[in-house]
Design a protein around this ligand. Structure first.
Ligand code: SF4
Ligand code: SF4
Length: 92
């Protein structure tokens, strides 16, 4: 079974409130490469041209913490989801 197939079996209990905050001003003024878009294994980050903002689909977060490390400008504030919200892994 491929990693992608295993991940597709994970379950998510979604909070209404995001556990990931992005400082959009830093993204706009200091970051050209936008590593978050390439680094997230869940492909949850994207750039919205209309609003000129980085968007993260936090509901699908795998809680790996990669984006926090990949953002060299420190624009991401990341905490674990509250209570029993978040990902439930099926294959470790
Ligand atoms: S890597 Fe950090 S600063 Fe750059 S776009 Fe992503 S969140 Fe913003
Ligand atoms: S913690 Fe991992 S899965 Fe969640 S948004 Fe960051 S890089 Fe993506």
């Amino acid at each position: 079974m491929k990693v992608e197939e295993k991940l597709a079996l994970d379950a998510f209990k979604t909070d209404n409130e995001s556990h990931i905050a992005i400082n959009q001003e830093i993204c706009r003024t200091k970051c050209k490469v936008k590593y978050c878009i390439f680094a997230c294994p869940g492909h949850l980050y994207s750039y919205n041209e209309e609003s000129n903002e980085i968007v993260v689909e936090f509901a699908g977060c795998l809680e790996c913490g990669t984006c926090k490390i990949a953002c060299l400008e420190g624009a991401i504030t990341w905490v674990y989801p509250k209570g029993d919200f978040g990902v439930q892994y099926r294959f470790g």
